[in-house]
Design a protein around this ligand. Sequence first.
Ligand code: SAM
Length: 397
Amino acid sequence: MDEAVTQIKRLVETSDELGRRRIMESLHKLAYSMESPEDTRDRYSFLHLQTATVKIGFNLELFKYMASSTKAVSVDEATRKTGGQKELIGRLLRYLSSIGAIDEISAGQYLANRVTRNLAGEAAEAGICHYFGSVSMQYQELPSFLERSGYKEPVDETNTAFHQAWKTPLSPFIWYDSQPRLAKYFNDYMATRSQPQQSWLKVYPVLEEATNLHPERALYVDVGGGIGHQCAQFKDKYPELQGRVILQDLPFAIAEALPTPGVENMVHDVFEPQPIRGAKIYHMRSILHNHPQHKVSQILQNIKAVMAPDSILLVDEMILPEVGVDAVTAAVDLTMLSAFAARERTEAEWRKTFDEAGLELVQARIYNPLTYEGVLDARLHARGTKSQVGNETAWAQ
Ligand SMILES: C[S@@+](CC[C@H](N)C(=O)[O-])C[C@H]1O[C@@H](n2cnc3c(N)ncnc32)[C@H](O)[C@@H]1O
């Protein structure tokens, strides 16, 4: 066994990120293939408890504390640090070590491991708190919701497992206005969930497409851009490009928007007419996967209505492979279903969505093969579809 572990570790060291992920998937599947019925039962039965105790760890700042310590931490030290009761802290540490979040090195002595250090990072905390705080409630409701709906794919965004869970008629994004703590987790998660270097800017030829614009023309509009990380990255990478850079989102996000020099922060609801006409690039990242098909069509129509003949609509989303979708992506797909009656799409499904909106998918570029994230370049049809902006604007060709 030790020999096999050494070989696998060596293999990981020589693999790239995708290879490392594939090895992990294989090892998980190998472990599952050895499970007894009791193992399988217990693995699923206690999943909720794993997240709950990790959340308690965040509340106590336990992972940050342990990750910053170069030596083992005793139950007494953790008790002093957290201000909890010794017996309780001891039981929590024992459980966290049993699920691999920390290592137990001897009786009552615990050491940070790689998972502890991962949990000490802002991205893990924001994501897990978002899923634990906002999303897990809708997972809990999903079985009864689907049973009541006769196991049909939800299509009504006003009646989803989210609404059933939180007993609200509001859409999740409007509901966040009344949930500042959960909204902060969500915004932080959106801001930290992907590495800045994994972005559409890595693969899209911006300079080929968007130079020599009229300075008053909108160069880049990030529609539903959250608190403005994409705008900041765009400005950072292309400070010399002429044209306006505009962030649009709902009031709760714009209220928290980054004060990036040269970026205009604007409240805009994607279901209202788009106020920025004839922009060179309209960018939407992780927006359409939050809406059912009929709403996606409405959003696309609102942008199409103001596109100039040379405007580019960049839809930045996961582009699912036809087979072999990984567990995280399949989970995100069902999360979209349970919150928004929405879905993730394959390239063929994206093409159909653009076709139905009267837009042409010109090219799809994957920028992160690990997560299937990519940018879909859609344009007005070269022939046939007339721009409604057309020659009204001085800059339109
Ligand atoms: C999944 S987040 C993506 C945020 C950002 N584009 C990113 O990739 O980090 C979806 C965003 O859509 C915004 N949003 C939801 N409904 C909207 C609406 N009706 N109009 C404008 N923005 C909306 C949310 O506030 C949120 O910032």
